[in-house]
Design a protein around this ligand. Structure first.
Ligand code: TNX
Length: 529
């Protein structure tokens, strides 16, 4: 009996020893010296992330931020102060040999991380993020936040061990364009709702916010010389409920807030179709001189600016001129989709002229891929929203040098339902679950097109059925991070089960932030409820 017990105890001790010491060493290639594996929690997954030997860095009440880039350190300090309750002083000098510090510095980053990448080194003494430009420091800060416990995203003081695993992360984007589009025309979203979305997309290293500012159902940006566009054209939305518009100051506030998160705003005025709100506001823009009623349904393809009238070009010059003056970013999006009420010749004439107007105001034209039916200026960017990777005009344009942003509707449309039971959204491009959103390669999507033609990706959210921030979040999370990862992380890192595990780690963060995400069945959410 005794002897048996002794044997059992010895076996138990052995099992514990194997579990604690040997197993972690077997578990990863970096295991020598007691280092554990780099946690699979960062979305988009970094280019390279290696666990180091030694203790983690633990933020405590004496931790300081030392930074040569105040904007980025202030952003980080605000988040850390809120959740840790510590003072987290910031000093504007990035001295790298100081202990117990988070150092953010524009010195010493590897050249190959470019202007948006960074190198993060964490160890017992502190964390150092090095980048070549502020955008890279900001990206590194996002990675740092994701390595800290989820409670770091709380706005109120929490108890936690604020540890960052000892590691070296070297990271930079696959594509320079990683966009999110939001339709504020079908349903209007107030400035604070846009800021909330900006904060959320910034966590996943999105760097463009494309605002669809006009459509049949509403015109959402004040244009000085054309006040009726917003007073009348901005008064309603889908379903006929009262709506609103952005004053030019509102728009400036959005642009500035986005810039503080290293996100560039792209304004879209959709034309010559999708223009009923404008046509209803100014009778002279109609070929027959008669203003149609406001439209609150969800059909498309019935409206068109009058391509043969001079006033049309005065109008678009005024609108694009004012938008160009308000927009520091390089692009003005002219829409151009589904102009079924415009004759094909007129469509080509209009798109050719509209591009010249954008260029004359110092900006680069962008349009939905329908514009590849017209002659394109060399710098014009086409955004593919179709479902056919063999789309001939888009492929021909790409081969002729047009840069392409990819938003294929059956992968990157956040307004498609997850499955048939999803209450919000549409199904015209099918249903798009999380793994579908992730399971394509932007580099090889368009048949026979050289990968170098692809500028990047964009996750689009049309809002015919979307009415609130909660609705936006339900459709965007977790799918927007899937598109963000395709835009940032190298092809070689794509792995659906590893991705689903990383997304699972985001769930507790979204809960803490109050993000109304959808608990997709593909993911083993840690605290499913
Ligand atoms: C197609 S995508 C549209 C939009 C709709 C969307 C709904 C595109 C360029 N045009 O007008 O809102 O489908 O999914």
């Amino acid at each position: 009996m005794r002897r048996n017990r002794w044997v059992l105890s010895a076996v138990a001790v052995l099992v514990v020893v194997i579990g604690l010491v040997v197993w972690p060493m077997l578990g990863d290639g970096e295991g020598r010296g007691g280092a554990t594996q780099f946690p699979n929690v960062v979305v988009p997954v970094p280019v390279s992330a290696v666990a180091s030997a030694g203790p983690p860095f633990v933020i405590d009440r004496d931790t300081a931020i030392l930074s040569d880039t105040p904007d980025v350190s202030d952003y980080l300090a605000k988040i850390l102060r809120g959740s840790t309750g510590f003072a987290i002083p910031t000093t504007h000098a990035a001295t790298t040999n100081t202990a117990n510090a988070i150092v953010l510095t524009l010195r010493g980053a590897p050249a190959n991380v470019g202007t948006e990448g960074y190198q993060l080194t964490a160890g017992g003494r502190g964390v150092t993020i090095r980048a070549n430009a502020p955008a890279g420091l900001f990206a590194g800060v996002q990675t740092l936040l994701q390595l800290l416990p989820p409670a770091v995203m709380s706005g109120t003081a929490q108890r936690a061990t604020w540890s960052v695993p000892a590691s070296v992360v070297t990271d930079y984007p696959r594509y320079s364009y990683r966009g999110a589009m939001l339709d504020v025309a079908r349903h209007f979203f107030a400035v604070d709702e846009i800021k909330r979305y900006i904060d959320q997309i910034a966590l996943y290293k999105i760097n463009y916010l494309h605002l669809h500012l006009s459509d049949d159902q509403g015109w959402r940006i004040a244009i000085d010389g054309w006040p009726n566009l917003t007073l009348h054209g901005g008064s309603t939305q889908v379903d006929g409920t009262p709506a609103g518009y952005y004053t030019q100051d509102d728009y400036r506030a959005i642009v500035a807030y986005a810039a503080s998160r290293f996100i560039t705003v792209i304004p879209e005025i959709d034309m010559p179709g999708h223009t009923n709100a404008a046509l209803s506001s100014y009778a002279e823009l109609n070929c027959d001189g008669k203003a149609p009623d406001l439209y609150t349904g969800v059909q498309v393809g019935f409206s068109s600016l009058c391509v043969g009238k001079d006033i049309t070009y005065t109008f678009i010059d005024d609108v694009i001129g004012e938008l160009a003056a308000l927009t520091p970013g390089p692009y003005i999006h002219i829409g151009g989709d589904e102009s079924h009420a415009t004759k094909p010749d007129d469509y080509a004439t209009f798109i050719e002229r509209a591009q010249k107007v954008v260029l004359a105001h110092g900006k680069t034209p962008m349009g939905w891929h329908d514009i590849t039916d017209a002659a394109l200026e060399p710098s014009t960017v086409a955004e593919f929203w179709g479902t056919d990777p063999k789309n001939a005009p888009t492929i021909a344009a790409a081969k002729a040098g047009t840069k392409i942003v990819l938003s294929p509707a059956d992968y990157a449309y956040l307004d498609m339902k997850y499955d048939d039971s999803t209450l919000l959204g549409q199904t015209w491009a099918g249903t798009v679950n999380l793994n579908t959103a992730y399971n394509w390669d932007p580099g090889t999507y368009l048949s026979g097109v050289d990968p170098s033609a692809v500028l990047g990706v964009e996750a689009c959210l049309w809002t015919e059925t979307i009415r609130s921030s909660g609705d936006i979040e339900f459709m965007a999370f977790p799918r927007l991070p899937a598109i963000a990862e395709l835009g940032w992380s190298p092809r070689a890192t794509h792995d659906i089960s590893a991705f689903d595990a990383r997304i699972a780690a985001q769930g507790p963060r979204w809960k803490i932030m109050g993000v109304n995400f959808y608990q997709t069945p593909e993911v083993a959410w840690p605290d499913r409820s």
